[in-house]
Design a protein around this ligand. Structure first.
Ligand SMILES: C[S@@+](CC[C@H](N)C(=O)[O-])C[C@H]1O[C@@H](n2cnc3c(N)ncnc32)[C@H](O)[C@@H]1O
Length: 502
């Protein structure tokens, strides 16, 4: 639950992993996913055991169904027995988020809750149940995210011999992130949204990371990392868990961690409280920003994320209009027919931009960088000397002048943004209209439920993104009307003066 690369939050459940760990990626072709369902017995040397333990792959519990309280009681018992102090909350079935933490006592505003001790937190430094496997990854300087993903799989494969067995058994068997949507589901349901691109990129990153680990490490140590256990399917699971549960802890130098118990808290856009390490109590806590009565679900914030980002990592979309941090990515592109296309592309590249860029629109407005980019797109050859300044302002490079104004091309720039906005609205409207009669193409009731669920999420996302575009369209039209009215007034004054002199 770390943060997005553009906005700095205190702590949020999730990540900017791939911006930090790109060096681990290898862009190899999609590999066929190997299932772990075939019965096989794996030898895995566990800690100091002299004879290697034999792992029955079929018996590994990759979490449980998150819509039940299966394993929740065992988790609470294990946590209490392992140093978690008595809590003012219990794990219960809830309306928002399936399972969540519910107050069992009056909770005051400003109260510190949780106090999960560091001994119950999983970080890149945690001890491995299979120390040889951990040593190999560390020798190869594997970064935190892939290391933690491998750690989870390794601990899951040790079953009851892992100290995290009760925790792992209570994790969701299928985390609700876009990692679990197939390519055709993404193409079909998220065609209108830029989140589709992000989901494809993320999925390719996970595949690339797994392939890289396999090539560099797993294939060289098949006794420690048997493919029946460490495969693309189990990596999808462990990355899905990390994307939806990992926390960045600012007071622990921004370390990323899995915090059992705290990761049962669901997100609300209406609260503004984050998990962090509390030096005085030496535990992971959060401070409530409202009071709760017994029976009420307690929430934290996963960060100031848009609905698209929440869907991408956590697999849910807040109710329309309830997320003040919601935004939609609007794509602007240079026109291929532009006489200065080459020159413009060159300056954009100089500032790390490309011929096509996305900018976040919010109901409250859009970034100044977007206007600078639009200026560059519409500027005529006579403004060649200003291209550099425009591209610099469109980038978020430090030191660049941001608030540039070119009143002579204001109208064209705003009209260009409006055209892009309307083209995007048309895409959303087409999807939303078609979604009513969309053939779900299913062969079983289970599949039907899944497709209906995904379609509903896509419809919710598209409605919330289109709503922001409608708002931008309204503002742009008004600004254009004002400019044109001003021009008309100036023209009338000019005509009046001309007639006077005549
Ligand atoms: C950190 S976990 C929270 C505990 C989780 N509900 C569970 O049962 O394991 C994050 C997951 O909880 C669910 N979730 C959290 N906040 C939610 C919300 N406001 N609406 C719907 N689902 C939510 C999503 O499935 C998300 O991937």
């Amino acid at each position: 639950m770390a943060e997005s690369s553009t906005i700095v939050f205190q702590t949020s459940l999730l990540p900017s992993f791939f911006s930090q760990n790109r060096h681990l990626q290898s862009l190899k072709p999609f590999r066929t996913i190997k299932t772990h369902n075939t019965f096989s017995q794996i030898r895995c040397s566990i800690s100091t055991a002299e004879t290697p333990n034999v792992v029955d792959v079929d018996k590994i519990r990759w979490g449980c169904e998150a819509d039940t309280l299966e394993n929740a009681e065992a988790l609470q018992k294990w946590l209490s027995g392992s140093g978690l102090p008595p809590q003012k909350m219990n794990i219960e079935k809830v309306d928002v988020g399936e399972r969540g933490l519910v107050a069992n006592n009056n909770i005051r505003k400003g109260e510190k809750l949780l106090f999960v001790p560091p001994s119950l937190v999983i970080t890149a430094d945690s001890e491995w149940g299979c120390p040889e496997a951990g040593a190999v990854l560390k020798r190869n300087s594997v970064p935190d995210w892939p290391l933690l993903a491998t750690y989870l799989i390794s601990e899951a494969s040790l079953m009851n011999s892992s100290r995290w067995s009760s925790y792992i058994s209570a994790l969701p068997r299928q985390p609700y992130s876009l990692l679990y949507w197939t390519r055709s589901e993404l193409d079909r349901y998220l065609e209108a949204s830029q989140i589709r691109e992000r989901a494809i990129e993320r999925s390719n990153d996970v595949i690339g990371t797994y392939n890289d680990l396999k090539l560099r490490i797993f294939s060289k140590h098949p006794d420690l990392f048997p493919e029946e256990v460490f495969n693309m399917e189990t990596f999808r699971w462990s990355f899905g868990i990390l994307f939806s549960r990992l926390v960045r802890l600012p007071s622990m130098d921004g370390r990323v961690a899995l915090v059992p118990w705290a990761d049962m808290l669901n997100h609300s856009c209406e609260v503004d409280t984050y998990l962090d390490y509390d030096k005085s109590s030496e535990g992971i806590v959060f401070t409530t920003d409202r009071s709760y009565q017994p029976g009420e679900q307690v929430f934290i914030s996963y960060g100031k994320k848009s609905n698209g980002e929440l869907l991408l990592s956590y697999g849910f979309v807040p109710k329309e209009g309830t997320n003040p941090s919601d935004s939609v990515e609007l794509s602007l592109s240079l026109k291929k027919s532009d006489k200065c296309y080459k020159e413009k592309l060159e300056v954009l590249k100089k500032y790390g931009l490309s011929g096509s860029n996305c900018f976040p629109l919010q109901v409250t407005g859009w970034p100044v960088e977007m206007m600078a980019y639009a200026y560059l797109v519409v500027s005529p050859p006579s403004m060649l000397k200003q291209f550099d300044e425009m591209a610099a302002a469109a980038s978020n490079k430090a030191g660049a002048r941001k608030n540039i104004r070119y009143p002579e091309i204001d109208e064209q720039a705003l009209q260009f943004i409006l055209d892009c906005c309307e083209a995007s609205i048309a895409k959303y409207s087409k999807f939303l209209q078609a979604s009513g009669s969309m053939d779900l193409d299913v062969t079983s009731p289970k599949q039907l439920n899944r497709r209906l669920f995904l379609k509903q999420l896509a419809v919710d996302l598209c409605n919330s993104e289109r709503r922001i575009l409608y708002r931008a369209q309204y503002i742009l039209r008004r600004q254009l009307r004002d400019i044109r009215a001003g021009e008309l007034k100036a023209l009338r004054i000019f005509d009046g003066l001309r007639n006077l002199f005549k």
